[in-house]
Ligand binder design. Structure first.
Ligand code: GLC
Length: 799
């Protein structure tokens, strides 16, 4: 069953049946103000932080789904009938009204056609202003003149989400609303930097700032009292629940249309509201802000564009997977319909990995994130697992504090630097690769010399930070010479403590090799020797201790019991132990082939590869929380999406283009567009996990958007399947494709030059490059870095 389709020309996903099984969301805003919005205009806005600076309210996980939202209602003033431009909240019968939602890159458009009125509401946040614009266009397509009323509606939230949800004796009396100059102001009397406003490009005929006046008692957003009355009651109050409703009467002759702009912004009426109202009352300013946003995404997406025989791959890589990866870098894991404000800050491993995927399309933000992560890095070598980067910002960059009139313990650095008990063994290792990838992409070798403080005091160059990361993993090894698992490794639910994690040792090897490549570039010969020895030692330990005959084990408990061995009753084979053995470069030859064959044989399903099988059913705290999760869900034997691209990369490293594509295709959301009755979640976004075969809802996808899957699939496809890899010396081209691909094209912008790459595969191979022509001349090995401003034709023959 399907509910929509991909419209590549407009870079949109079009939902033409809005009764989808779960909320299908989109993200508006790419800087500080953000709205997470569903296909039914439900959702909420926040400014920088979902915890501390909410703008509009959301009743998460509530019924009806997705309420409240950012709604526009239309009322026929002659009959009193009313409806919303998005299907919800009024929910008209589909046989009478036609609804479409178009989720685009940083905007969403709702279209409704009902009773000879065509209406459209486009929501977006301009690049340069902290305001959400609702561009509303209403057209009379009938033959009679129409008298209509248009109403906006949103519900304001107290800025601090926990207080908004749990401490009503405060939230209901510490914020108020007022109306003046056509602008609603939501005021925080004691905190003037937290005001919000809601304005429009017209002089309202009536307004409501008080939620309960607009909705009325014993009613919902489906049947607000104001819509039945045909006007708002001009309410405002100090204290209570507040909303933004501006009402305008319009008269439309047949064929005539009217465009209304609503503006939800951060700041007070005086400081921001008036100027914004004036600016965006000019429709040209709205149009050009929308154009700028479109161009912003055209610029990003044009850095890597591919044309292959696989339409779904093209759509996802050229548009959606990049967009999802960018969204993760900007909003980390703290703003969605799942993460609604209780867990903010940066997850060390998550952000380090997100960064890696978009070093090319977002060099500024990724550099900024890398610096934040380095400031959250300790002189012992570990990273702070989940931390608020603002704490480590130099004083001049700090946000104004959230000064609550209640007692809040002051944060003190010594409490934040949590110590070994809370250290995850993998966190900082990811950052090594992110930094090196960033430097390779952007060519700023001197970034390694930049001095950055440690979270616990002192400072070091970026290069020194990296060495501390690698030395930490070399130091914290267990009885078998494999890295200790500590509180957790990549798998949050494998809590091995002093037991050992195969994945971390593989990751350690991988990070050392990446570092050595950079150390060579920098001419640090002593370090090349030292860390080559370290890598060799790690490899020997892995090969000696982790091979199980058919595949690699996942580690050891602190009592020395093997995890993920053929002899285990449950949790026999883990995906990451195999994919990382190969991806890291530790495994080669027969073992590498065998362990990936074991993945295909034991873990593959038509919805993706399982993280582990069989699922655990007996709690075992030596292994960890994974054994206490329901079978087939999340870390306990679901198809956890994030590790799937590692299997694709591993297959590419082995030269198995057909299997790599089989793995890619199995989990590709695009391919599940027509089985939404099973998948449920949006087909344009990877989800954190898909229920595994041991669950009754096998194939159901959950937790869209904020997952490291996006960055990693972007990497797996662009660098390993299509094989376009920037390196210190030039552009390496080493594709690994299905044998039935005859050719494909990539246009890549890198360090100011354009490479138009045509790859031909006359012999139907999966891997191997026979020849490369750069602007008609033969090239051996990598393509040398070309001058800025040049356009270069590259022809690659596989064979
Ligand atoms: C979640 C966490 C991530 C972790 C993964 C596996 O996605 O955000 O940090 O690696 O689960 O446990």
């Amino acid at each position: 069953m399907k509910y929509g389709y991909f419209d590549d020309n407009n870079k949109e996903y079009v939902i033409d049946r809005p009764d989808v099984p779960v909320s299908w969301t989109n993200y508006l805003g790419v800087n500080d103000l953000c709205t997470v919005i569903s296909h039914n205009a439900g959702g909420y806005s926040f400014y920088k932080s979902t915890e501390h600076h909410r703008v509009t309210r959301f009743r998460q996980n509530g019924i009806p789904l997705d309420r409240p939202g950012h709604y526009v209602y239309i009322r026929d003033d002659e009959t009193g009938e009313y409806w919303s431009v998005s299907w919800q909240p009024t929910g008209k019968d589909f046989t009478k009204a036609k609804y479409i939602c178009r989720h685009g890159l940083s905007y969403s458009k709702f279209q409704c056609s009902y009773n000879d009125i065509e209406a459209e509401q486009t929501l977006f946040i301009p690049l340069g202003d902290d305001v959400e614009l609702w561009d509303v266009n209403i057209k009379n397509t009938g033959s009679k003149p129409r008298k209509l009323s248009v109403f906006s509606y949103l519900e304001f939230s107290f800025h601090h989400v926990e207080i908004d949800n749990q401490n009503l004796q405060m939230s209901l009396y510490a914020s108020g609303s007022n109306y003046g100059d056509g602008i609603i102001e939501y005021d925080f009397f004691y905190e003037p930097w937290t005001y919000h406003f809601f304005a429009s490009n017209f002089n309202p005929d009536s307004y409501d700032c008080v939620r309960d006046s607009f909705i009325g008692n014993y009613r919902t957003e489906t049947n607000p009292a104001a819509l039945e009355q045909g006007r708002c009651s001009n309410s405002s109050e100090l204290g209570g629940n507040h909303c933004g409703s501006l009402h305008k009467k319009i008269f439309l002759q047949p064929g005539e249309n009217n465009r209304l702009i609503f503006m939800l912004g951060v700041g007070s009426r005086e400081e921001k509201g008036k100027a914004i109202k004036q600016k965006y009352s000019n429709l040209q300013a709205v149009d050009s802000a929308f154009e700028d946003l479109k161009n912003y995404w055209i610029k990003k997406t044009s850095i890597f564009q591919c044309k292959t025989p696989h339409k779904g791959l093209d759509t996802m890589i050229n548009i959606w997977t990049l967009y999802q990866a960018e969204t993760c870098v900007v909003w980390s894991r703290f703003g969605s319909f799942v993460e609604v404000g209780g867990r903010v800050g940066l997850g060390y491993r998550d952000t380090s990995q997100d960064v890696m995927g978009v070093v090319h399309s977002n060099p500024e933000k990724t550099k900024f994130r890398i610096i934040q992560l380095l400031r959250g890095h300790t002189s012992m070598g570990y990273g702070l697992h989940l931390f608020d980067p603002d704490v480590f910002e130099p004083a001049e960059n700090k946000l104004p504090g959230v000064k609550l009139p209640t007692v809040v313990p002051k944060q003190n650095i010594a409490d934040i630097v949590h110590g070994m008990e809370d250290v995850c063994s993998d966190d900082a290792l990811w950052l090594v690769a992110s930094i090196c990838e960033w430097v390779i992409e952007n060519g700023e070798l001197n970034f390694f010399d930049r001095v950055i403080p440690y979270a616990d005091g002192g400072e070091g160059t970026v290069y020194e930070h990296i060495k501390k990361i690698l030395d930490f993993s070399a130091k914290y090894i267990g009885a078998n010479g494999i890295c200790q698992g500590l509180r957790a490794d990549w798998n949050d639910c494998l809590n091995l403590g002093g037991g050992e994690s195969a994945m971390v040792s593989f990751q350690h090897y991988w990070a050392i090799e990446i570092f050595i490549d950079s150390a060579k570039q920098l001419g640090r010969k002593d370090d090349v020797i030292k860390y080559s020895k370290m890598a060799a030692k790690v490899k020997v330990a892995c090969e000696k201790e982790l091979w199980d005959g058919e595949w690699y084990i996942r580690g050891f408990t602190k009592k020395g019991i093997k995890i993920g061995t053929n002899k285990s009753e449950e949790g026999k084979i883990f995906l990451n132990a195999q994919s990382w053995a190969v991806y890291s470069g530790v495994a080669s030859g027969e073992r590498a082939e065998k362990c990936m064959d074991a993945v295909d044989k034991n873990l593959y399903s038509s919805y993706g590869i399982h993280l582990v099988l069989p699922a655990y059913s007996k709690p075992n705290d030596d292994i960890g929380y994974i054994t206490r999760v329901y079978k087939g869900i999340k870390e306990n034997a679901s198809i956890f999406s994030h590790p799937n691209p590692w299997a694709v990369i591993a297959e590419c490293k082995l030269g198995h283009g057909n299997t790599a594509m089989k793995f890619y295709d199995s989990i590709l959301p695009y391919n599940q567009n027509d089985i939404i009755e099973i998948r449920q979640a949006e087909p344009y976004s990877y989800c954190q996990f898909i229920m595994g075969k041991d669950h009754s809802a096998h194939g159901r996808a959950r937790h869209p958007w904020l997952t490291g899957t996006a960055a990693w699939f972007y990497t797996a496809v662009t660098k390993y399947i299509l094989g376009i890899q920037p390196s210190y010396n030039g552009l390496k081209i080493d594709p690994c494709i299905p044998s039935d691909w005859n050719e494909f094209e990539v246009e890549r912008k890198w360090r100011g030059a354009i490479y138009k790459i045509k790859v031909k595969n006359p012999e139907g191979v999966e891997k191997g490059v026979k020849s490369i022509l750069l602007n008609g001349k033969n090239v051996n090995g990598v393509i040398p870095i070309q001058d800025k401003g040049t356009v270069n034709e590259v022809e690659v023959i596989m064979g």
